[in-house]
Each structure stands twice: as C-alpha cells, then as structure tokens.
Ligand binder design. Sequence first.
Ligand code: KG4
Ligand code: ZN
Length: 370
Amino acid sequence: MSNSFIILGLESSCDETAAALLKITFEKTEILDSVILSSIVLGQNNLHSKFGGVVPELAARAHSEKLDIAVEMAVSESVLDLKQIDVVSVTSGPGLIGGVISGVMFAKGFSLGLAKPLIGVNHLAGHALTPRLTDKLKFPYLLLLVSGGHCQFLIVNDSKNFSRIGGTIDDAPGEAFDKVAKILNLGYPGGPLVERKALLGDPGKYNLPRPLINSQDCNLSFSGLKTALRREYDKLKEGSKKITAGEISDLCASFQRAVAETLVAKSDLAMKRFSEKFPYTEKSFAVAGGVAANQEIRNTLKNLAIQQGFSFFAPPINLCTDNGSIIAYAGAEHFLKEKTNKADLVPRPRWPLDEIAKPMLGSGKRGAKA
Ligand code: KG4
Ligand code: ZN
C-alpha cells in the first residue's frame, strides 16, 4: 500500500533564498515517486556582484527578509494551501552561518506554527541525493560533488552514509571559476560568465597546469590553476596593454579545459576505486552541485563514464545550483527513515558528509570543514 505527503524544502546556506514543495509517494521507508509541485529561487547576485563574491552579512540579512516571501510564492505556485504542508525540511549546515541560522530559525517558527515535523538537512546531502530525485538512482553510486564551496568524490551508500574517497586540498572548482571571473573583471557568479566567454575561445591557447594529475589518489587542487591564470593575465597586461575580448575568451576556454581535464583524470581513478569495491554492482556515476551546470564538464565526464562502463547522471541545470527541491527531497528520505521531529536542531557551519574520513581542509577548533 502506498501513501504520500507534502514536504517543504528551505535553502539559505549561501546566496540563494529558496523554497520548494514536493509531493512524495512512499511505501514503508522507501520513496516510490517524487513530484516537484513548485520551486522558487530568489537570487542575490545584485547584492554581491560588485564585491566579486558573496558577502556573508548581506546574504544573511537578505535571507531573513526573503524566506517568508519565497515560501508564500512556492505555496501559491503549487496551488496548495499552507495547511496541506505535512513536513518542513531545512538546510541546517554546512554553509555561511548567518544564512543557515536565518533558515533554521524561520523553519523552527514555521513548523511550530503549523504543528508539523521539522527535519534538518545537510546541504551536501541535498546535492548528493539529487540523482535519486531526478532518476530514482539506486544505492550505491559514485558521486562527484562540485560546487562553489566543495569538491569531493563520494560513494553514496545510503541517504545518510557517504564514503569520501577524495576531494580538493584547497579551493573548490566553483570558487576557482568565481576567482577567475573576478581577475578578468567578468562579474559574479563566475561559472556561467566564464563558460559563456569560453564558447568563443581557444582552449589550447594557454598552457595551464592540471594540478595533482599524476598523484595516484582522488585528491584535487585548484588554487595553483587560478594563480597560473592570473600570471598569464598579468603577462598580457604588461606595458599597460589593453586586453582584447579574444584574449579573455582564450583565457576562459583554457581555464575551463584545465578544470574539465583535471576532473576527468580524477573521476577515472574514482571509477576504478568504485569498481574494485563493488565488482558485482551496477556501475553508476553522477555529478552534482553548481559546477555540474557547466556543459563542457558534463560532456567530458559523460564520455569518460561511457568509456568506463558507467551509467552517467547529471541533474538538469536548475537542480545543479542551489534550490529548495533538493533539500525537500533529502528531508523526505530522512523523514521516512527517522520519523523524528528535530525541533531542537542546531545550525552547523561545518558538517562533513563522511564524518569518519580525515579532514581534507584542516579541522581546527570548529571541526572538520569538509
Ligand atoms: O551548488 P551551488 O549553487 O552552491 C554551493 O553549494 O556552492 O554552486 C555555486 C557555484 C558557484 O561557484 C558558480 O560559479 C558555480 O557553481 N557554477 C558554475 C556554473 N554555474 C554555476 N561553474 C561553472 N560553470 C557553470 N555553468
Ligand atoms: Zn550547493
């Protein structure tokens, strides 16, 4: 016998204030089907673009101003009544803590007012479980999570059990895209702007490094690549020469190609690790997070997956970047397994998906970052 519920997903961990309503059909603890009834994403690019990156304080204030509006819009788009919401799900970390606190406090008040259960979701789990929302992908699968703040290879064992088999030792690729856009004065967020310029450029024009490409592990590094691009840019500018649009396009194309080839080389190793661990399992490789919106990166990873006998999954672009649907979906998976009301949930700035693996980016007093 199947049953269903309506879940609200709230996201405010970076610079998108998002709310979505999903209808979840389930049997026992398993989701049979999920339908996105509405999804509202209120961006903040106008607030941050002049700084070339997200200003946490401005982001937090904007979230607290816009969360109720996003929910109102999501309810109205779904043509449901507020009272038909059965469960509230919210990103409770990791992320910019002011935004996470805004979301969690709003969700606590909202769920208390409706007398409905509240579920806290790890933002990264939202990205990691997206291929289940879009393609009903079965566990276990190999995931490359590439976003503005994170880059890691994960074996997704179940909705709460992730094994990290590698990740960045410094910047995330999205962060590198954003910094490159800042160096080239393209604006923010950098990913889509660099991608657009790269379309017209020559990817072989500048010889940029493929960091850590020969290390026999699944770790990555993007900080040196960004510095190498800056050096090429400074060379072009020598003698206060004006940089041409063609040169900007060539720099963008060369940078994007270097990121894509680095991700492909490391994904190849990660696929070998997955195959060794699960020799008899159907092999699936998924990519998620904001950088997965990049067409060259998607295409090169897809070609690799096909060569290696893996099925390839990449969410539609609007589910790669931050949104409420992925938080609602992950919340639904947790709710079915736990059936608890986390009214006491605590916002967490740091929250690795694999809590056992050694921290990649240092830990310090506040705990492991990723
Ligand atoms: O997943 P997301 O929305 O937020 C985080 O959880 O970080 O990812 C945002 C990041 C930004 O750094 C943005 O520049 C990058 O994803 N991004 C892209 C593209 N679209 C967004 N990077 C490369 N190509 C794109 N088309
Ligand atoms: Zn994200």
